[in-house]
Ligand binder design. Structure first.
Ligand SMILES: O=C(O)CCC(=O)C(=O)O
Ligand SMILES: [Fe+2]
Length: 188
């Protein structure tokens, strides 16, 4: 796995539609990406198989696992995993993120819930090692339109360390355009 580094959030969008990654007080965790060597691990491959069985969507549609670490007081404020941009037409071959499969890799003594702020009533999920949470980012009958109900936040960790991982699943094949540098990920 890559090195743990301070997480970034989406920043300004440039004229050609590229989204800047910026360090922000909105998101204070650290993260590492599970790249080639990590993905070749048999446990990681088995995990992807389980997610394929759960979602019915091939791993070709998944971004690399993003492994997260939150120390006490670290958090991610309310946001959405699919950020629509003005005039976006989904010319991107991989399409939007349609599902998040969120994996909890540790227990936390207090805090660190994933909370869906815009549901009434809001619901909050406690981190529990081995627990997985799945939510959609788009509407079932229009998978290029954001489902605004799934805005969420990671509440600050109280005591303990929260380890978790994001699996972001796209509408179309993500791996081929990613190989060709067409997804905007991992430059620089
Ligand atoms: O840590 C959590 O509970 C949620 C993290 C999250 O929403 C994200 O990384 O996009
Ligand atoms: Fe999120």
């Amino acid at each position: 796995m890559g090195k743990m580094e301070r997480s970034t959030d989406d920043g300004a969008v440039s004229a050609d539609g590229e989204v800047a990654k910026e360090v922000s007080s909105r998101r204070t965790s650290s993260n590492a990406w599970c790249m080639a060597g990590c993905e070749a691990d048999r446990h990681v491959r088995a995990l992807s198989g389980r997610i394929e069985a759960l979602t019915g969507i091939s791993r070709q549609h998944y971004e690399q696992y993003q492994v997260l670490r939150y120390d006490p007081s670290q958090r991610y404020v309310r946001h959405h995993d699919y950020v629509p941009r003005p005039g976006q037409t989904f010319a991107e071959p991989h399409g939007p993120r349609v599902l998040t499969v969120f994996l909890y890799l540790s227990d936390v003594e207090s805090g660190g819930e994933t909370a869906f702020t815009d549901l009434s009533p809001p619901i909050a999920i406690l981190p529990k090692r081995g627990r997985a949470l799945v939510w959609p980012s788009v509407l079932a009958d229009d998978p290029t339109t954001q489902d605004a109900r799934t805005h969420h936040e990671a509440r600050p960790v109280g005591r303990g360390v929260k380890l978790a991982a994001n699996t972001w699943i796209h509408l179309h094949d993500y791996r081929l355009p990613n190989l060709w540098g067409c997804t905007g990920a991992f430059e620089g």
